[in-house]
Design a protein. Sequence first.
Length: 119
Amino acid sequence: VQLQASGGGLVQAGGSLRLSCAASTFTTATMGWFRQAPGKEREFVAAISWRRSTDYKDSVKGRFTISRDNAKNTVYLQMNSLKPEDTAVYYCAADDSRVGVRRSGYDYWGQGTLVTVSS
């Protein structure tokens, strides 16, 4: 599975962005979003299973929403009320294990898309 992330950009604090991640083939994998800020380790942000169970990092709950369109093999991350600390390169990933949503153990990774939130 190849993953193509898009939708990053520069936005002011309080603004919104929607990231997209298109898979090259049909997949029932759990899909996740991760991010890596400058000088920091990559961290989990959100995940959604084939049956649309979801999990979120605490600091994005209520601001970010993950969704998927299985007909289009695409997962989205709607990001609202963005904060400067959300600035990072965002990566999408796929987990073929079929264990449901989880925060590690992903098999496939897309290239990142940069999100910059100005104060």
